[in-house]
Design a protein. Structure first.
Length: 255
């Protein structure tokens, strides 16, 4: 009779995943997403460890991610600042500062953390996990900064730059489009209504590339005439680029 009870329990126990195996699988998946293999895996483990986890597991070796977050914050400021300096040589100090601030703000870094799958690998205490901590912007931002700090210690500035720079490139484009292109569209509308008595319309005329890297082509129309054409990684940025082109053709060339 006891034999039946033992055999009933064994399949249930075999289906239970070892927590350590789950953590190791998460670390492996994240390293693939980072396109970087850590020499010291404890650095990555620590970067993903929220203070709430350590509070519930004081025996845990690596500790929480707060010191790595501090370091990563400084590294990110440098990497983003140097990238802006190299890529926008015509920007003055004020505009470089504004763009860098937009690239390293909490919302941006949380978005990038989601993009590379950091949330799924976070080590959280039970209460924090149940409260939705895996999707909380502050936790994701802190962990992203900590991962950058871990990359810096493990692989130097080159490893940090190789990870961060490809991520911030499209973010910078979107930030600048939202900033500059609104001015272009409003300028064009103000001018066309005053000078021509018409309001610009926009249409998407082409979509190019795969779903994850689409480029859109938009035209700005005054009456039924094409006044400008532009491209962008979203429909909005393409329309805004078309407004800039129309402004350059209709106004700037006549000044």
């Amino acid at each position: 009779m006891n034999t039946t009870g033992v055999t009933d329990k064994q399949p249930l126990e075999s289906k239970t995943q070892d927590p350590k195996s789950k953590i190791d699988a998460d670390l492996e998946a994240l390293q693939r997403a980072l396109d970087y293999r850590f020499r010291n895996l404890d650095l990555l483990r620590r970067a993903l460890t929220h203070p709430s986890y350590v509070n519930e597991h004081p025996e845990d070796g690596p500790g929480d991610n707060q010191r790595l977050e501090f370091l990563g914050d400084a590294v990110l400021d440098f990497v983003a600042g140097a990238w802006v300096y190299r890529n926008y040589p015509h920007f003055d100090e004020g505009r470089m500062t504004r763009l860098r601030a937009a690239l390293v703000r909490t919302k941006t870094l949380a978005h990038l953390a989601r993009q590379v799958g950091i949330g799924a690998a976070l080590r959280l205490g039970r209460g924090e996990k149940e409260a939705g901590g895996r999707g909380r912007d502050a936790n994701l931002c802190d962990a992203f900064e900590a991962v950058v700090g871990a990359l810096y210690i493990d692989g130097g500035m080159a490893a940090s730059q190789a990870f961060v720079e490809p991520l911030i490139d499209p973010v910078a484009e979107a930030v600048l489009a939202a900033e500059a292109d609104w001015d272009a569209k409003s300028r064009l509308q103000e001018w066309s209504q005053a000078e021509l008595g018409v309001t610009p319309r926009y249409r998407i005329v082409a979509e190019k590339g795969p779903d994850h890297a689409k480029t859109f082509v938009a035209q700005a129309l005054l009456n039924k005439e094409v006044a400008g054409q532009g491209t962008g990684r979203s429909k909005q940025t393409a329309e805004q680029a078309a407004a800039r082109a129309a402004w350059a053709t209709l106004v700037e060339q006549k000044i």
